[in-house]
Design a binder for this molecule. Structure first.
Ligand code: MG
Length: 394
């Protein structure tokens, strides 16, 4: 810990006053990992077998180590290289200066011209800061973000499989396990989509059913397909059209009777503002990686709240580290929907040894440890690092 003064205190100019008792960043430990799925992950014409991420550990002069995770779907080296550029900026800085550090890092060099990339990279660092702050305070992160507004977060049952028979079997199991919302990937061909959706609807009874084509459809295709799926009583269709157009989503929403959720098209608070102003969606799926951190997520969620639009936690291909971070957001975000997304259950092994992050009947209560409240399984981390080092990428 340190005390002293530096800089001029202006946000975004590299200056801030140090306080007595500040906990200072002494280093970033960055570990590229490959997370392997239990079974092939089918979505919108793609099949993935796993995903690269970067474990971000923020070391401090108090001996506290904050843990975070940056998603890195292209290559972890890109993320680690970018964070190494950021590292000199944050060394010696207080862990509590989250907003200033992220602001300054986000405006470093060409990050200015790659805001989405910057957000995805920096989110793991920002997540680790919150973990460290919580550990220092002896408080779970959700209590640092305003406190819990609900006792538990509701998650969806994520149907996995390739054939209709496999999907039906999994959907039946998820419904029997008590998930109230069932979520199915579509965008896998019109005939297969109609067949799979109808078959899943049949075995889940009155459970709510959401489908996600992951941007696979044009505007006319989306309108045609959503009308074709409407008899299956669809709770919402997630991001049917290109992520690059608010107009496309609005056109679809105005033409169909099924609610529309925005996902890939809405990443930041700015996007949330645009989409709710243009009445382009009924709900917004959002993650701290997309928004640029937990704090940025809260700001984006607040804009949606002002418009009466619910936020749904959106999972990329991540471990329980991110799922835990998102759970803290879910506990503390007033306008959260039900049927949120988690991903760690799809992995051969999670990086988190405790606590258990598996919903019971779709519900997961508070995580009460300090910070994110997770203990890493260091053997699992080592195996994931080894997989990445061996060149496993997708
Ligand atoms: Mg989605």
């Amino acid at each position: 810990m340190n005390a002293g003064r530096r800089g001029d205190g202006e946000p975004g100019t590299g200056g801030a006053s140090l306080c007595s008792g500040d906990i200072l960043i002494t280093g970033l430990r960055l570990t590229p990992l490959f997370l392997t799925f239990k079974e092939p992950y089918h979505w919108a014409g793609r099949v993935d077998h796993g995903s690269p991420v970067v474990l971000v550990e923020v070391e401090t002069d108090a001996g506290i180590v904050g843990i975070g995770e940056s998603v890195s779907s292209l290559a972890a080296e890109i993320t680690t290289a970018a964070l190494r550029v950021v590292e000199p900026l944050v060394l010696g800085q207080p862990i509590h200066d989250v907003a200033r550090l992220v602001h300054e890092a986000r405006h470093l060099g060409t990050f200015n011209h790659m805001p989405w990339f910057a957000d995805f990279v920096l989110a793991g660092f920002e997540m680790a800061l919150w973990d460290a702050i919580g550990k220092a305070a002896g408080q779970p992160v959700y209590r640092l973000l305003g406190g819990a507004v609900r006792d538990e977060v509701d998650y969806f049952g994520f149907v996995q499989g390739d054939t209709t028979e496999e999907l039906v079997e999994d959907a039946r199991d998820l419904a029997a396990a008590g998930f109230g919302v069932i979520y199915l990937k579509v965008g896998r061909g019109d005939e297969a989509d109609v067949r799979n959706t109808a078959a899943v609807r049949e075995v889940i009874g009155g459970r709510r059913l959401r489908v996600d084509p992951n941007c696979a459809w044009s505007v006319p295709d989306a309108i045609r397909m959503i009308r074709a799926l409407e008899p299956c009583d669809i709770d919402w269709v997630e991001q049917p059209t290109t992520l690059l157009s608010v107009t496309a989503l609005r056109q679809v929403r105005e033409a169909v009777h099924v609610p529309i959720a925005a996902d890939q098209a809405v990443l930041t608070a700015n996007d949330v503002y645009d989409f709710v102003r243009q009445r382009a969606c009924d709900a917004i799926c959002l993650s701290p990686h997309e928004a640029g951190g937990l704090l940025a997520f809260k700001k984006a969620a607040a804009i949606a709240e002002a418009a009466g639009i619910p936020i749904c936690l959106h999972g990329q291909s991540v471990s329980g580290i991110t799922d835990a971070a998102q759970h803290h957001l879910g506990l503390s975000t007033p306008n959260l929907t039900d049927g949120n997304q988690i991903m760690h259950q799809l992995l051969v092994e999670d990086l988190v040894a405790s606590p258990a992050l598996d919903p019971v009947a779709g519900k997961l209560g508070p995580i009460e440890g300090s910070g994110l409240g997770v203990e890493l399984d260091r053997d699992a981390v080592a195996r994931a690092a080894e997989a990445y080092a061996k060149g496993v990428r997708s």
